[in-house]
Design a protein around this ligand. Structure first.
Ligand SMILES: Cc1cc2nc3c(=O)[nH]c(=O)nc-3n(C[C@H](O)[C@H](O)[C@H](O)COP(=O)(O)O)c2cc1C
Length: 211
């Protein structure tokens, strides 16, 4: 089946692409404004784009009802700083609470039972419960249409929950780290089932490896 995706209504393009590119990691982003204080919201149009410097990308859409910028977008535009937290199984329910549209005087961070703690290099504070937090400075905001700002952030500092970093391997231990992934809508997935696959060398391939 061939789908001429750009002829579909934007909502259907969204449904199609967001149910196809799965599972997506979830960035729970804290940002700060002098006027409104701290804000937290989850975003699954999110991934890592490179290292040296480490770069993260987030797809920030406008508020669907009013067409206004989301608070996260406003704050990052204003201050150029934010913190991205990875969401694991233990933080899933709290992440979901952060997506509720509360009245301006109600803090989603408090409602979710999350605790803020000062960041090392940026003004927005970070969430103490998160398995991993990336303090970021904005590199660029790319307006791919009037309602979608792709935001690139340079990671200036990283925090990892005790026990997750394997100093010998210099990585986060996949047996101890349990981030969740977003499928579509209200569907999520766990990341506990792993399988191994090594890329054979060309010589090994010629001798029959990997077939
Ligand atoms: C798991 C999950 C993933 C989400 N991903 C995105 C996303 O990639 N982009 C987006 O604009 N909104 C996304 N949302 C919706 C925002 O989190 C929601 O609009 C939030 O209220 C925005 O808050 P803010 O106005 O405080 O920034 C997602 C919501 C959930 C629950």
């Amino acid at each position: 089946m061939q789908i001429d995706i750009q002829t579909l209504a934007p909502a259907d393009q969204y449904r199609l692409i967001s149910s196809t590119v799965v599972p997506r990691p979830i960035a729970l982003v804290t940002s700060y404004s002098e006027r409104t204080g701290h804000n937290a919201a989850p975003f699954s149009f999110f991934n890592v784009m490179g290292e040296a410097p480490p770069v993260l990308a987030i797809g920030l859409e406008d508020k669907r009802d009013s067409g206004e910028l989301k608070d996260t977008t406003v704050n990052i535009k204003e201050t150029g700083e934010f913190v991205v937290h990875m969401v694991d199984e233990a933080m899933a329910a709290a992440m979901n609470v952060c997506a509720i549209v509360f009245p301006p005087d109600v803090s989603e961070i408090e409602q979710a039972g999350l605790t803020l703690t000062p960041s090392a290099k940026v003004r927005p504070q970070r969430i103490a419960q998160a398995p991993v937090a990336f303090e970021c400075r904005k590199i660029a905001m790319l307006e791919i249409n009037p309602h979608r700002h792709i935001t690139l952030g340079e990671v200036v500092c990283m925090h990892v929950r005790d026990g997750l970093f394997d100093a010998d391997m210099r990585y986060i231990d996949p047996d101890k780290y349990h981030p969740i992934g977003r499928m579509f809508g209200r569907l999520y997935t766990q990341t506990r089932q792993h399988f191994e696959m090594e890329v054979p060398t060309y010589e090994a391939w010629l001798s029959g490896a990997g077939r």
